[in-house]
Design a binder for this molecule. Sequence first.
Ligand code: OKS
Ligand code: ZN
Length: 344
Amino acid sequence: MLTFHSDDTGLRRARTELDGGELVTPYECPERVELVLGRVREVGLGEVRAPETFGLEPVLAVHDRGYVDFLATCWDDWQAEGKRGEAIAWMWPTRTLRDDRIPEHIDGRLGHYAMSADTAICEGTFEAAMASKDIALSAVSHTLASGEPCFGLCRPPGHHAASDQFGGYCFFNNAAIAAQHALDRGVGRVAVLDVDFHHGNGTQQIFYERDDVLFASLHGDPRTCFPYFLGHADETGRGRGEGFNVNYPMAPGTAFDAWSRALDDALARIREAGCELLVVSLGVDAFEHDPISAFKLTSDDFTALGRRLAGLGLPTTFLLEGGYAVEEIGINAVNVLTGFEAAC
Ligand code: OKS
Ligand code: ZN
């Protein structure tokens, strides 16, 4: 299987993440990509290729222009204020305030465009996000052109990024950008299957009122898991999108037997919907030893996941999302890919 990778994903190396009331070194770090790339080479998965550059047009097909401009200029605007730390949102237009005017001050703009305070914007963040979406676009383009599965070693991840909000370590929604690109190239309906431990709130929001993308997500129940405010089972889509959003919230501690029953249901839904392309939001933080997640999948379970995905028989693009247990992230991500290939 072909892998797309770029060293430019390492241009973002944030120093701070608000976690438990402390500023810690972020879990979402450049070493993640190096570990997965190392494993790709170790097992001889296939060629590793640099992405092409696609510019902003496919980004603007799913993201708001003001949001993209904000991401492009945030770090400079923040520094121009003489701030010493990284750019972290600290006030939001919450339920008792107005959100119909975007403030001018960078603190206010951060509050408008941020979903959460975990994700600091630092030097190189925009450039890394650009590389990440180019990896996703290159990977889906390869799948479309060849029919072959392809792996995009995206970083930063994307599935929490909504049309005009960042957070949960995500800036551009790589999977949504790739899915929309496929539609714009003539694919009739795309399935985005999100197997990351966390609900893909951004992908859900982007496609919630549409029937050309089926979004299915297996994740920790938002009653107790990030992102807390989206991802319930009764979120089924709106308008013509009704029935094209499927959430499988599961309790912390869920292991592969129950998890894979939800998976099989999601796969049946994808089959019934007549999807022509599968984009997998491949987070591997459902792993039993992930430091910030609570499911109990083993490394062998990720191989089994790959096998089951192959059973769909669809052209498939895998895009890396979360996964933080540094040592095993490479093994688990690549297990999905080798499991998939072995079953094709
Ligand atoms: C706060 C941690 C917030 C969790 C972010 C989850 C990121 C992720 N310190 N999304 O898939 O893995
Ligand atoms: Zn995650």
